[in-house]
Design a protein around this ligand. Structure first.
Ligand code: UTP
Length: 229
């Protein structure tokens, strides 16, 4: 059966915050299996605090950016292994190393799980690269914020919450964030690819599994819908 394709980028801070992680990952796996009855899904896992620990420690030891990135990629792949274990038979046997390999492995009856690929970007960018290969129209970013805001809502209570943005507007916001040296809501390279390939991006609270399910299934979400068309 032909199914609509969707790529999910799930932040490491969602997968392994260090708070009953196996319970959440098991529930996430159950939801993904259910959603895969109607959708063809690829999941790209972030590295979270394990990645941060290794990249920072590597940097302190004088490692190059490339060496630090390779350790970060290792952490993302560890998280992918955890989710793949929880998914069992429905997940592909291999954790692919490239976007091309992921697209090749992806099929209507499996869920491909992967982490990072090569130094120089994050798993958000990998998700858009996989979407480009698969000709998927949507990337769902399951993250620790429930939407895109004009400023950090924890620091700026008057920050505006966006339910819809164009990809150009997201690019402007991320550019502004980078200027201030903050980490970005979505990888700038991922935004560039999404713009070129007309891939929509949905930013949702990854700990809210019914919200994440709605985003995967293409239903109405409470987070931010970024239109690339
Ligand atoms: P993440 O995708 O988890 O990065 O990759 P992040 O944006 O810092 O994490 P979140 O989204 O806030 O949770 C972790 C690190 O692994 C390396 C980078 O160093 C990145 O910061 N990495 C990851 C790569 O070099 N290439 C990849 O394809 C993926």
């Amino acid at each position: 059966m032909k199914k609509e394709k969707v790529v999910v980028s799930i932040g490491g801070s969602i997968l392994i915050p260090g708070n009953d992680d196996s319970k959440y990952i098991a529930k996430l796996a159950r939801m993904l299996k259910e959603a895969s009855e109607t959708m063809q899904i690829v999941v790209v896992c972030g590295g979270g605090k394990i990645a941060r620990y290794y990249t920072e420690t590597c940097g302190e030891l004088g490692g190059t950016t490339c060496q630090c990135d390779l350790l970060g990629i290792g952490a993302t792949r560890l998280n992918a292994q955890l989710l793949a274990t929880s998914l069992g038979d429905v997940s592909s046997i291999d954790i692919p190393m490239t976007a091309e390999a992921a697209a090749e492995l992806s099929a209507p009856d499996n869920i491909v799980v992967m982490g990072g690929t090569e130094p120089g970007h994050t798993t958000d960018a990998v998700a858009t690269m996989v979407a480009r290969e698969l000709h998927a129209k949507r990337v769902v970013n399951a993250t620790s914020v429930n939407a895109v805001y004009s400023d950090d809502p924890k620091k700026v209570p008057s920050a505006k919450r966006f339910s819809k943005l164009t990809i150009g507007e997201l690019g402007d916001l991320v550019y502004k964030e980078h200027g201030a040296g903050k980490s970005s809501v979505f990888d700038p390279l991922g935004i560039k690819i999404a713009k070129e390939e007309k891939i929509d991006i949905l930013i949702v609270d990854g700990r809210d599994l019914s919200e994440l399910r709605n985003a995967i299934l293409g239903k109405k979400i409470n987070g931010t819908y970024i239109n690339s068309h």
